[in-house]
Design a protein around this ligand. Structure first.
Ligand code: AMP
Length: 556
């Protein structure tokens, strides 16, 4: 395997699978196989009875025999304090479970690449602040230095742009001179249907600038839902034959589920598949045709279609203004998905990217861009403390950077990634008009990041000494229908303030999509308490404790 440029990698932490990639010194994005030799590691964790933890393929297999010892799909619950099921009798957090998966993929990659200094981790574009923070926490617990988070569709578009650059004859062997080129500005729809989520995004690529125009998705729509339709279908056939339901037994359910997922993959290549269902010593063989499968799941596809039509509407675009459709995520291998994309967009979907690995590849490209940016000045040592002069990739990079300084080359670092916030951010405030609590939006959805906005609110009472600012994410007018991400308390306001005295709430969204809040009492001029107390986040000491635990549990 070739040397990575630096030891910064890209990680796609997926609902069903996780993968890690790096950009080698020739500019090729390469997925690093895990110790089982597979490019994708199932995001599944098994707690064995003796306390050992197993992550990946073997954990997924064990889900069949010991479903109560196995956690999966926890990305769907990221941001919740606890995972929805007890695993091996324990209450676990989705953050800790994700940390275990990250730890495994990084350790495995380190066996092949040497110590990894940092990573760019992808997150769904619609992840709000709480879930982004949870992802960062998971990485920290796994002992990973998070260089940046990148939105999954942006990563995919970046990977596609890199491939396109190569296809047009660009030389990717020198990252620093490689220009992520697009001859004319182009708008791409990234349609990412993975195991658990649909993430659809419109991105405008103008030269080296990547601008997310709008994003939307369904947190609970993915390959798993297609699997479950097959499970229901074959279970009903089983009930018809034998009068009992295999779904009532955890073991039989899991075995049936696994067979159905296999059959689903078969149906992507063939017109029919046979699924064997075993339960209580009985057996049914159910044949499913592709047409039948498409009929059983038509409403799921319709939901996906509505999602992208709404996205286009929100961005104020028509299909004729979309230049390319980029399918990403394992579930876009289903012919029905590509057919639907083609039908609604009138365009042949892009076929040049490995659907499962594109996001990790894009995260790796982003990591390399950041590496090039940071290493231009004197920050190289800071960023890559373990790289000595003898490292060939380091030398190569330094030589390229020297040429760059003389103005002979155009750097890839010109590539800019401009994202937007996926959710409106506001505060719960009392409306002076009708005295009800409303969502007072400060930064509307789809605002380009980074951004800073503020709004002035009046105190509710005379002599008020404290203000609790409830920070919420969401579009609904009713704060109860939004997600509260935390609160910010201004205490010890001066005496004698009258009702209506101004308090300014300043929100800053950084490029990672993370939120920073400041509240200022404009009368006294004092900017008071300004950190968000997150409702579901872990404390620093909890985090450090988990880091030790995960380090101990997830070993080679
Ligand atoms: P991802 O999270 O992007 O890796 O997507 C994983 C999902 O893609 C899972 O639900 C897989 O069952 C599904 N998947 C992978 N390969 C195929 C295929 N050939 N046909 C249909 N679904 C697939």
């Amino acid at each position: 395997m070739s040397e990575p440029i630096g030891r910064i990698v890209g990680i796609d932490l997926g609902t069903t699978y996780t993968s890690l990639a790096f950009l080698d010194r020739f500019g090729n994005a390469i997925t690093v196989p895990n110790m089982e030799g597979e490019p994708l590691t199932p995001s599944v964790v098994l707690f064995e009875e003796d306390g050992a933890v197993v992550v990946g393929r073997d954990a997924k297999r064990a889900a069949f025999a010991d479903p109560d010892l196995v956690a999966s799909e926890f990305k769907r619950e990221m941001g919740e304090r606890f995972y929805s099921r007890l695993i091996a009798g324990q209450r676990l957090s989705p953050v800790a479970l994700s940390a275990m998966v990250l730890r495994k993929v990084v350790r495995d990659a380190e066996h092949r690449l040497g110590e990894i200094d940092g990573a760019v981790i992808s997150v769904p574009a619609y992840f709000g602040d709480t879930r982004r923070k949870a992802t960062e926490d998971a990485a920290r617990i796994a002992g990973i230095n998070v260089i940046d988070l990148i939105n999954e569709p942006t990563a995919a578009a970046l990977a596609a742009a890199f491939v396109e650059y190569t296809r047009r004859g660009g030389d990717p062997s020198d990252l620093v001179t490689a220009r992520v080129a697009a001859t004319a500005p182009a708008t791409t729809l990234v349609f990412d249907l993975g195991g658990g989520t649909l993430d659809s995004t419109l991105i405008r690529i103008d030269g080296n600038r990547f601008e997310v125009l709008a994003c939307g998705g369904e947190a609970l729509l993915g390959g798993i839902d297609w699997d479950k339709r097959l499970v229901d279908y074959v279970s009903q056939q089983f009930i018809r034959e034998h009068g009992v339901d295999p779904r009532t037994d955890a073991h039989a359910y899991q075995a049936t589920y696994n067979s159905c997922e296999e059959a689903k993959r078969t149906l992507s290549n063939r017109k029919r598949a046979t699924i064997a269902v075993h339960f209580g010593g009985l057996m049914s063989r159910v044949q499913v045709t592709r047409d039948k499968f498409e009929e059983l799941t038509a409403d799921l596809l319709a939901r996906a279609e509505i999602c992208i039509e709404l996205l286009l509407q929100r961005a104020g675009l028509t299909w004729s203004e979309v230049d390319e459709v980029l399918p990403v995520g394992g579930s876009t291998r289903m012919p029905m998905v590509r057919d639907t994309l083609q039908r609604v967009s009138g365009k042949e979907p892009h076929a040049g990217l490995p659907a499962d690995e594109a996001i990790a590849h894009g995260a790796a490209v982003h990591a390399a861009i950041l590496f090039a940016q940071h290493s231009k000045g004197k920050k190289l040592a800071e960023l890559m403390p373990d790289l000595g002069d003898e490292e060939p990739s380091f030398e190569e990079l330094t030589a390229s950077l020297a040429a760059l300084a003389q103005g002979t080359q155009t750097p890839v670092e010109e590539a800019q990634v401009v994202d937007v916030n996926a959710h409106s951010l506001g505060v719960a405030a009392r409306s002076p008009k009708d005295n009800v609590m409303v969502n007072s939006i400060i930064i509307p959805k789809d605002t380009p990041l980074p951004t800073m906005r503020s709004k002035v609110f009046g105190l509710e009472e005379d002599n008020q000494r404290m203000v609790i600012v409830r920070i919420i994410e969401g579009e609904a007018a009713d704060p109860a229908a939004c997600t509260q991400i935390g609160q910010c308390v201004i205490s010890q306001l001066p005496d004698g303030l009258s009702k209506g005295s101004p308090v300014e709430v300043v929100f800053r969204y950084d490029t990672r999509g993370r939120v920073h809040v400041k509240a200022v009492d404009r009368t006294s001029g004092v900017s008071a308490e300004s950190t968000i107390r997150r409702d579901t986040a872990m404390s620093e000491s909890e985090l450090m404790k988990l880091k030790d635990e995960v380090g101990r549990l997830v070993t080679d």
